[in-house]
Design a protein around this ligand. Structure first.
Ligand code: UDP
Length: 357
């Protein structure tokens, strides 16, 4: 039976690949997982495997973060050794992390005239063309190395075609996060009146001044809306706050990362969300929660188009948007599909998709 390898290393990848892995388990497919420990904090990694009830990684790689400049190279060398030994038919990577990039590079390095391991990219075709984001390079390189591409919507398919990718490789399937949301029972009502906040992008927290100004603006928003901000703080962001000696006042309720079920419960019950996250743009859209993305661009323009998401870093514009949100009930329809994992697996297992032109 064809062997499938999943390479991943961060919380969002575990969440978004979990339903595909679950599908493979149910259908008794031959697969294994390589986990790179890019997110090494237990609350961002191991606990999610348990919570989503998916098979544990067969391989865990650990590269010292001190050697960051060479991180992707070191990681891909380790992954390559495992791939040579395991000899899978296909490697599946998701999104735009350094782990996905390392998985893609490792797979490509093995290939020669006589040897071919295929590469599948879940969440292909996302583009911001903002090269301050390291993820933008990763996405583009992974798409270029892949044999089969799974963009979430037709917007990303059009981008891929415009960039010269063959239509034959592209399958619009939706986003696996719509399946992930079905794996967890979280829809309990709690009567709370708060803004949910997450922040982790390094472009936003680039120096002390930018970070201080951002938190001053968020504080003003809390005052203006009479709402407390529940901040689910990424471990990296917490370190940055400590480094810059920024302390948060009573307008903020500071939490560490929580498990998926709890996070979704808060997301589902908050007044609205402010975030710089990628995945939360999709989750908020599917769960019909208004989101203000604290960035100047997004690789998920479909959320802007349907009105679930609004991009801004300016206080006045954000306040104007909040007034609008308060007066309108969400009416949009999710563009992210259903049974996405099944659709992806069907294409991955279809040999005709891998016949050379
Ligand atoms: N998330 C979580 N617990 C938290 C914060 C976030 O389970 O305390 C989930 C969230 O629902 C989403 C994912 O983590 O699915 C988003 O991760 P992040 O924003 O770190 O990464 P990005 O999506 O921007 O790559």
């Amino acid at each position: 039976m064809k062997k499938i390898c999943f390479v991943m290393g961060t919380r969002p990848e575990i969440i978004k690949l979990a339903p595909i892995i679950k599908y493979c388990e149910l259908k008794k497919k031959n697969f294994f997982i390589i986990f790179t420990c890019q997110h090494y904090d237990q609350n961002m990694s191991d606990k999610f495997f348990k919570e989503l009830k998916i098979k544990k990684p067969k391989y865990k790689i650990s590269i010292q973060k001190k050697r960051k400049s060479n991180y992707v190279n070191l990681l891909s060398d380790q992954i390559k050794k495992i791939l040579v030994f395991e000899n899978p038919y296909i490697v599946v990577v998701q999104g735009d992390t350094n782990s996905s990039l390392a998985g893609a590079i490792a797979t490509t390095k093995i290939n020669s005239k006589n040897k071919k391991i295929y590469l599948a990219h879940v969440e292909a075709g996302l583009r911001s063309y903002d090269y301050r984001m390291p993820e933008e390079f990763n996405r583009q390189v992974i798409d270029n190395l892949s044999d089969i591409l799974f963009p979430p919507t037709h917007i990303q398919k059009r981008i891929l075609i415009k960039e010269g990718f063959s239509k034959k490789k592209i399958f619009v399937t939706g986003s696996t996060i719509s399946d992930s949301l079905n794996m967890i029972k979280f829809k309990t009502k709690i009567k709370k009146n708060f803004i949910l906040l997450t922040l982790h992008r390094h472009e936003l927290l680039i120096d002390r001044k930018a970070t201080t100004n951002l938190f001053k603006m968020l504080d003003k928003i809390a005052n203006e809306t009479y709402k407390k901000i529940w901040f689910f703080c990424h471990p990296r962001t917490l370190n940055i706050l400590k480094k810059y000696k920024i302390s948060l006042n009573n307008n903020f309720k500071l939490n560490g990362p929580v498990n998926y079920k709890n996070f979704l419960k808060y997301l589902y019950n908050c007044s609205f969300i402010m975030s710089d996250s990628g995945g939360i743009q999709e989750e908020a859209c599917i769960l019909k929660k208004n989101l203000i993305t604290l960035r100047l661009n997004t690789e998920r323009p479909e959320t802007i188009k349907i009105g679930s998401n609004y991009l801004s870093m300016e206080f006045e514009k954000i306040i104007k948007r909040i007034r609008k949100i308060n007066n309108h009930k969400p009416k949009w329809k999710s563009p992210y599909g259903k049974n996405v994992s099944k659709k992806i697996m069907k294409e991955i297992l279809n040999e005709k998709n891998f016949v050379p032109n």
